[in-house]
Design a binder for this molecule. Structure first.
Ligand SMILES: Nc1ncnc2c1ncn2[C@@H]1O[C@H](COP(=O)(O)OP(=O)(O)OP(=O)(O)O)[C@@H](O)[C@H]1O
Length: 294
């Protein structure tokens, strides 16, 4: 087991931000933690990495307690840029971590090159753009080649080219066996790199594992939707009727079979569209008006 979070609770004053949160990451994968501003994502990530303490609950990382100091060689946490010093260079930041963790100079340059920050590695951080700072924070996090990488908003402030770079890097790390838990508001990017999503709502987790195939559905418009719905349901094909439209969630149903049933019933297909249910659609379903306020 890479990460096990069991019944974690945290309150600030009278407000309980996390209510008995439990989830697991059993093998290398990319898991996204999603929720509106103030839903407790950073609090949860800080508790997992032992920067904050929970009032209740237990966390194990690589089968050891998260409080065990030896696990810090195996995990890394990318926080926001408040941990950077303007008067030091990117290289200084990396060298500091390398000295503490006995990482070679060669590994510093190799990691910086993977993110593409060698061009400004020796410039003072005070002169970095937001995207450059994000690159430095990510380089700092992956310098020790962690088995569990925890990233708070890694895509924040990145232009599309930088976001693609970071996305490809995360996928490469995953291939090398790193499990990644990240928080993000960039739902489009999340769709591209992960199928495991944890929605944080009212202090509780709603877990989703949506393989791409199950996200696919057909929107069919027919000349008699009531008759079509009855005919398809008689063949155990689940459809949802919205006005004159039928929503057909494929889940392994061959669309050809649907065509045959409708044809046998003399039902005419006026329009058919294949759609993919994205994280953004699910976000709206889970958070409703709260989500729209973002
Ligand atoms: N030190 C603190 N003292 C009191 N309340 C806090 C403290 N830190 C966070 N909170 C509150 O806890 C809640 C969760 O905050 P947190 O920063 O974890 O949310 P988040 O989901 O990471 O938000 P965002 O998406 O805006 O980064 C918020 O209501 C916040 O105001």
């Amino acid at each position: 087991m890479i990460l096990s979070v069991n019944q974690v609770r945290k309150s600030y004053g009278k407000t309980t931000v996390l209510k008995d949160i439990s989830f697991e990451i059993d093998k290398p994968k990319i898991v996204a933690l999603v929720g509106p501003n103030g839903s407790g994502k950073s609090t949860l990530l800080s508790i997992i990495t032992n920067l904050l303490s929970a009032e209740h609950g237990e966390i194990t990382i690589l089968n050891k307690s998260s409080k065990d100091p030896t696990i810090f060689k195996e995990i890394a946490f990318m926080q926001d840029n408040s941990v950077l010093y303007d008067y030091l260079t990117g290289y200084d930041h990396l060298q500091f971590i390398a000295d503490v963790q006995k990482i070679s100079k060669q590994q510093i340059y190799h990691t910086a090159e993977r993110i593409g920050m060698t061009g400004y590695l020796h410039k003072k951080v005070g002169k970095y753009s937001l995207g450059m700072k994000q690159h430095l924070l990510l380089t700092m996090a992956i310098l020790n080649q962690p088995k569990l990488l925890i990233l708070d908003e890694p895509l924040n402030g990145l232009d599309p080219t930088s976001a693609i770079k970071v996305r490809n890097l995360l996928l490469a790390l995953l291939k090398e066996g790193t499990a990644i838990l990240l928080s993000s508001h960039n739902l489009g990017e999340i769709d591209l790199i992960t199928s495991n999503i944890l929605f944080l709502k009212d202090g509780s987790i709603i877990q989703e594992h949506i393989p791409q195939i199950e996200r696919t559905y057909y929107q069919i418009i027919v000349n008699d939707s009531q008759k079509a719905q009855t005919a398809l349901q008689a063949e155990s094909i689940h459809v949802k009727q919205i006005n004159e439209k039928l929503m057909l969630y494929t889940n392994g149903v061959a669309i050809n079979k649907v065509f045959l049933i409708l044809h046998d019933q003399n039902i005419m297909i006026l329009d058919i569209e294949k759609k993919v249910l994205g994280t953004e659609d699910r976000y709206q379903q889970v958070f409703g008006e709260e989500g729209k306020a973002l």
